[in-house]
Every structure is written in C-alpha cells, then in structure tokens.
Design a protein around this ligand. Sequence first.
Ligand SMILES: *[C@@H]1O[C@H](CO)[C@@H](O)[C@H](O)[C@H]1NC(C)=O
Length: 426
Amino acid sequence: MMPSALLVLTILAGGTLAQQSVWGQCGGIGWSGATSCVAGSCCKTQNDYYAQCTPGAGCAGATATTMTTATSRGATTTTSKTTSTTSKATPTPSNTGRTRFAGVNIAGFDFGCGTDGTCNTSKIYPPVKNMPPSYNNPDGAGQMNHFYKDDHMNIFRLPVGWQYLVNNNLGGTLDSTNLGYYDQLVQSCLSTGAYCIIDIHNYARWNGAIIGQGGPTNDQFVSVWKQLATKYASQSRIWFGIMNEPHDVPSITTWAATVQAVVIAIRNAGATSQFISLPGNDWQSAGAVISDGSAAALSTVKNPDGTTTNLVFDVHKYLDSDNSGTHTECVTDNIDGAFAPLATWLRQNGRQAILTETGGGNTASCQTYMCQQIAYLNANSDVFLGYVGWSAGSFDNTYELVETPTGGGSSWTDTSLVKSCLARSS
Ligand SMILES: *[C@@H]1O[C@H](CO)[C@@H](O)[C@H](O)[C@H]1NC(C)=O
C-alpha cells in the first residue's frame, strides 16, 4: 500500500529513484539502495545495520516535497491523520532526535501466568543462572550486560507473577525466598547502570477476578506495591510498572482509582520520585488508549503533591495483522494507527508515554516496519520516552518473537530484529 504510493511520489518529485522516500532505509551494513533522502528528510543512522530517512527541522531543503509526501500519506485516510503526519515534519524544540530509553524485556519470572491472572508458580523459568527450580537457567545478567554495553540500551523490564512474589498468599507479605531470587535479577539489572522496570504480569487480575472490580481488593494490590516500593525506595533507577495488560476491565474509572491508590502507596513508602507507569485497558494497546477512555481516566491519577511528575502512560503495540504479537510477519509501522494520534494527544495534554512491549519475527517485513516505528518514536522523543522490545530472558529460538542473544561471556550474537532495529550504535 504505502510503499508504491511513495515510489510514485519520488519519481514525480525528483525524476529519479536515487533519493529514498521519507521513512525508507538509506544505509547500513549490506544496504545497496539509495543513500540520499528526499528533501526535508535526513538519513539518520539508528545502528550499524540501519539508517532511515527521517523528517526533521535539522534537515535543510525544500519543505514542499516533505509536505507533499506527508499530505499524500494522510490523503487516503482522514483529515486528522493529515494534520498529525504534518506535525512529523516539524518536531517540537524539545525533541532530541531519539528517545531517552531503549531496551528489552527480560522475561521468565512471569512464565506460567495466563491472561486470566492465574500464575502457576511451578512454571516460572527464571533468567538467573544456577538457581532452582531448574539448573543452568538463562543468563539474564549476561544478556543485560551485553545489551547495555554492546547495544547501548538503558532500560530492562523484568516481568514477574504476583502469585510468585507473595507465594500465592493474596494480600500477604513478600515471600523472602522468591523475592530473593527475583531480586537477583533486579540487582543485576541495576548493576549495569540501566533503569529497571518491575512489571507485575497479571492482566489486572488474580486467579480470574479483576482487582477492585469483584476480585482482590485495592488494599490487597496496594499491599504488594507498598512492600516493593519500601524495598526499592532508595533506588532511583527502579521503575514501577503497576500492572501488565489490563483487559476487559468493566470500568476504566474504577481501574484508574485502583491505579491512583497504588501511586499514593508507592510515593508514601518513600519512592518519591521514580518513574511509575500507568497501564490502560485493552491490553495497553497504543491504538486504543485514547478511544477506550484509558488516557482520559488515567490522566486524573496524581502524585500525593497533586502533580503528575514521572507518572507515564504505559502502552504496548505489536506490528502483526491482529496486534497480538504472535505472528512472525509484520504488516504495519503503527504510525498512523497509533503513535501519531497518541503523540498529538500527549502534547495537547502535556504528558509522556513509554512503549514497554513491542516486537516481531526475525523477518524482512518486521525489520522494515519495526525500524519505521522506532524511527517515529525517536523523531517524537518529546512525548515518547522509549521502547522496550518483547522479548529476551528465558525465551529460546523456538519462540516467534525471540530477542534473546546467543553466546555468553564477552561474545554475544543478537537476533536480526534486535541488531537492525532495537540496538543503538552509541
Ligand atoms: C503447574 O505446573 C506444574 C508443572 O508444569 C504442573 O505439574 C501442575 O499440574 C500445574 N498446576 C496447575 C494447577 O495447573
């Protein structure tokens, strides 16, 4: 769809195919296509393997071509999309050209958790070496060191099941043994120098019932966060990811009240300034967060002092045909359908968001669309704080969306999607 339309435009604008269109690839190891970009966009290097034509104020040249391209992009759809794509060509002054954070998920302590909020704690597969329940577990610490040093990443999300943290005792104290194991992963994350997201991976539920809406009480959920915040209060790089992928939550305003209770508890436990991420309904879909009312409801959540400092919207987005993150082929860059309207909303409301799950297969289609999506986030870094790929950790290469590097010690090899799109060159 879009590529052929842009190709026609390129011919009309330049009379030659030598110039790459906006968001097209323009360099990187193994690239033999066009290396210059249409006017109004610059060839920006994302990493050794990928450079992309990115519109921006720093790109000298005829804005007319940029505007034509932008208009044509939105022309087949709606006026509002035309408006938002136009804003891509004029980033606000606070854009730095790349997001503050880039990283991956280090999954495993969440294995065995279902979308109904059940977690079979016998099925966790910790990405921590040489610990029970299975020997020679994946080297999450080594992976994070590699991602931090070689790929210049600076954030890792560490999913964990609620049941595991409290050893199936709803509302009870953190289990010292289980927390001890999980904390090994947290500490190895912190020791890299990166930010570390504690992600309770329970879909707003405990054993099939929704928190604050028929299931656990807010107090029971607040309890686990109050204890975690107390433990990590002095760590400025701990990031509190309140809940993974709420879905089919009946009342978004009631859910926002639950999130508000957790925010107050975390702050009052002494974690007064760290990032806290606010998850909406519909699996945190970046394409639904405005339309389903999540953005409006969660925008009322405040710190105890009445500010929204470091309260960040937490969204997910996959690039496959049904946004499920289960297919190895990608079909969209999510710009018109999700990130452009979200950027507009965030700017209008003075807020920021982070993409804590995104991923695709190690395929050509996912490389194209993922790199485009990330370039868009980078170009709108005033409102998008970063992205976190799904997933490394305990996944092996039989998993469709594997981002786990192979090797070890000082010699790791990345998957092709990480190498081409998620990694940074500096
Ligand atoms: C939990 O997982 C273990 C190990 O796979 C399995 O033996 C057990 O039946 C599971 N329990 C439930 C309730 O599904």
